[in-house]
Design a protein around this ligand. Structure first.
Ligand code: SF4
Length: 380
């Protein structure tokens, strides 16, 4: 008998009320007609994938964007229902959505919670209104606090806040103030990413023109240290380079990626990883819709990784987690010999204090962690 297939599902909803000044994600403002057309296309894609993968067990669903909550609750609920019809969504599945504070009103949050969404990830980014303006966000810190209260009242017991640090002009003291206000809301989970100035964004242009100054490299470290310290006091332990959670509230969906487990991506530009094949959908929402309306496939690109590359990818993702990557797991998937080769390449890095073996896991040390990319290159 064929083993039951398990896969996590990601749904990309690429529309936003406006484009934030730092954003280079696959997202854009769009009129309601385009947004409705896109939802139809998503329904078509779910049906297509269900022909191949229907009945698969789904332990996690994640609606990301973009701003999923730019849609009405009934539209998101219909989408979730379609997924439940197509797949076997496990009874204890993590069903999460991203939300921006200005599009997460009480009625919407209640409707989402009642429909089975059980985790919400709010894009707070900062609790300083001047910083929110700098970032081009469409909400204030107070609105984020109201959205958290609304989510709690709706019954969300698993709430995450997304924050960005190292904003131009930000000091360690300023970052600490944002963190304190975020943690006062008692989130179960917190993501804190250092700002990356993406080429072509208005914020990067202002830095290039010398109008505003980036945060000096040394300050990044100070901000990371404060994050770890305050999160730990609040009972949130770091479990991935940029993610902190109360025990038991780690993001199960993202753990799928870091553990290199199978997932299906639906929507424009969404990636899938199934049966050793990595594939990406057409990135432009119009192209994506047109392909599905023609009765065609939304795939733009796919490749099958050879076992050496697949092993390296698993290590790259696994080393993001503080627990590291299971060596037995790697042996089972990629063979003993390849893992012996990996361990031989890891030896000099261990001597340099960048990686260590803890039980069955290979992991980065505190010194190695900021050098994640460099370590991975040397493990290739
Ligand atoms: S809300 Fe998120 S996805 Fe949308 S523009 Fe802002 S950063 Fe980008």
């Amino acid at each position: 008998m064929r083993a039951q297939r398990h896969l996590s599902v990601y749904v990309h909803l690429p529309f936003c009320a406006r484009k934030c000044h730092y954003c280079d994600f696959n997202s854009r403002p769009a009129p309601p007609a385009d947004r409705a057309r896109y939802l139809d296309a998503l329904h078509r894609e779910i049906d297509r994938r269900a022909e191949m993968l229907g009945g698969s067990h789904v332990p996690t669903i994640f609606f990301g964007g973009g701003t999923p909550t730019i849609y009405e609750a009934r539209e998101l609920v219909r989408l979730l229902r379609r997924l439940r019809d197509a797949f076997f969504v496990e009874p204890d599945a993590e069903v999460a959505t991203e939300a921006n504070p200005e599009t997460a009103d009480d009625a919407k949050l209640t409707a989402l919670r009642e429909a089975g969404f059980n985790r919400i990830s709010l894009g707070a980014q900062s609790f300083d209104d001047a910083e929110l303006t700098l970032l081009g966000r469409g909400h204030t810190a107070r609105q984020t606090e109201r959205a958290v209260a609304g989510a709690r009242a709706a019954g969300f017991e698993n709430l995450s806040l997304d924050l960005i640090y190292a904003l131009p002009g930000q000091t360690v003291k300023g970052w600490r103030a944002t963190l304190e206000r975020a943690l006062a809301l008692q989130p179960e989970h917190l993501s804190a990413y250092g700002l990356e100035l993406a080429a072509g964004t208005p914020l990067a242009a202002r830095v290039e023109e010398g109008e505003i100054a980036p945060v000096p490299e040394g300050e990044h470290l100070g901000m990371r240290e404060v994050t770890g310290e305050l999160c730990s006091i609040a009972g949130l332990q770091r479990y991935e380079i940029s993610n902190y959670a109360r025990p038991g509230f780690e993001c199960r969906h993202n753990l799928t990626y870091w553990r290199n487990e199978p997932y299906l991506g639906l929507g424009a530009g969404a990636w899938s990883y199934l049966d050793g094949e990595r594939a990406m959908n057409l990135r432009d929402p119009d192209d994506y819709c047109a392909a599905l309306e023609r009765g065609g496939d939304a795939r733009d690109y796919s490749e099958r990784l050879d076992p050496d590359d697949a092993l390296l990818e698993a290590v790259m993702m696994g080393l993001r987690m503080t627990a590291g990557v299971s060596l037995d797991g790697l042996r089972a998937r990629y063979g003993r010999e390849r893992v012996e080769g990996l361990l031989a390449r890891a030896e000099p890095l261990a001597e340099m204090g960048l990686v260590e073996i803890a039980g069955d896991h290979l992991r980065l040390t505190a010194t190695g962690e900021p050098l994640h990319s460099e370590v991975v290159v040397r493990l290739a």
